[in-house]
Design a protein around this ligand. Structure first.
Ligand code: SF4
Length: 363
């Protein structure tokens, strides 16, 4: 298997920017960006990031707001916050570089067993295994693992196999070959077994169960929630607010609003939320859009409205947010927003959410 995979990788391995240099900093950033994100999505972010933060010290001296702004759109914002925190620790304790030490890497914020293994093997060519969703799937198929591999015994077995399979001294190429096989051949939905370099060894293929591996554990269904937000317009600007530094979507900006409670119309929820969060009286005058967005545990239906101040609105006080600002619509892209808010912003910027137009539903 090692021979077949390495041979295949020589010919079909992907040419990716961080693979040309194997610079530890570049490998680290790429691995963090690639979590839950595909290569073609992350590449523009990666290039922008490297331009602005070419090394650990430049990242360490950045502000959290700038880091979040560059990350806006990739989701899972704690990854960006942790990158900056880890960079600051590297400057303090490791001479401004990534430590070539598995245990020291594991102590850094945001770096777990997978990332530490990826950095040790890809950046330093040390023999450490990596197990992500791709590797779980490949190994569960080749060895026909008939139990869930996301946790417990199944996951433990996959890590053991990944470690045993490492060819001594060639961890970098072997792990990258596994990653590329998962990304391009052993696909989740339709594995391309006919072009697979290890098809002769694959027990799931032989048993006709490749499509049933890996066995998935029962997942909790996503909870549907209705959220109503208001785009409050005043003197040509709109109001945005910043979330607190801890908790869900920490430090991101958003349009004021909140969950629609039982029996409440979305417009009523907007008016109530403005009063509760900001002590500002508003009225909704038209619906902009209904935006549907799925997070890991929630399916959000986001009702967005154009709002105006009720009278003079009253004196603003912050009861949940840490900051509020009046900004031009064109300036909204300078701020990091959660994904569903960003869908709304792209509508506002293209004029699709113009109050004179009919309401829209986007997904
Ligand atoms: Fe995956 Fe098919 Fe290759 Fe088996 S033969 S590892 S199922 S692509």
């Amino acid at each position: 298997m090692q021979r077949l995979l390495l041979h295949w990788f020589r010919e079909f391995g992907r040419d990716l920017p961080w693979r040309r240099t194997h610079r530890p900093y570049e490998v680290w950033i790429s691995e963090m960006m690639l979590q839950q994100t595909q290569v073609k999505t992350m590449l523009p972010y990666y290039h922008r990031w490297m331009e602005r933060f070419p090394d650990v010290p430049s990242l360490a001296s950045s502000s959290e707001e700038e880091v979040l702004r560059l990350w806006a759109g990739l989701g899972y914002y704690s990854r960006a916050v942790n990158l900056r925190k880890a960079a600051r620790i590297m400057v303090r304790e490791h001479g401004g570089r990534l430590p070539r030490d598995h245990q020291a890497l594991l102590r850094l914020p945001g770096i777990g067993r997978y990332s530490a293994g990826a950095i040790m093997s890809i950046a330093f060519n040390e023999d450490f295994p990596v197990v992500d969703g791709n590797v779980e799937r490949i190994l569960a198929r080749i060895f026909d693992v008939a139990i869930p591999v996301k946790q417990g015994e199944g996951l433990k077995a996959i890590w053991e196999v990944a470690e045993r399979l490492l060819p001594g001294g060639d961890g970098r190429r072997f792990n990258q070959a596994l990653m590329d096989l998962g990304a391009g051949v052993c696909l989740a939905r339709k594995p391309l077994c006919e072009v697979c370099p290890v098809k002769g060894l694959c027990r799931a293929l032989r048993g006709g169960v490749a499509g049933e591996r890996p066995v998935s554990a029962a997942r909790k269904p996503a909870i549907p929630i209705d959220v109503a937000i208001g785009v409050l317009v005043h003197e040509g600007k709109v109001l945005i607010q910043k979330r607190p530094p801890v908790g869900l979507m920490a430090n991101l900006w958003e349009f004021p609003g909140g969950r629609v409670t039982n029996g409440e119309a979305p417009e009523e929820a907007v008016v109530r939320e403005f009063l509760e969060e900001l002590n500002v009286g508003v009225r909704c005058h038209s619906k902009i859009a209904l935006i549907r967005h799925s997070y890991t545990s929630f399916r959000v239906a986001l009702h967005a409205f154009w709002c105006r101040l009720q009278g003079d609105g009253g004196k603003m006080t912050l009861n949940g947010a840490v900051e509020a600002r009046w900004v031009e619509v064109e300036e909204l892209s300078d701020y990091p927003f959660p994904a569903a808010n960003r869908k709304l912003i792209s509508m506002l910027r293209t004029g699709a959410g113009d109050p004179s137009r009919s309401r829209t539903t986007i997904r």
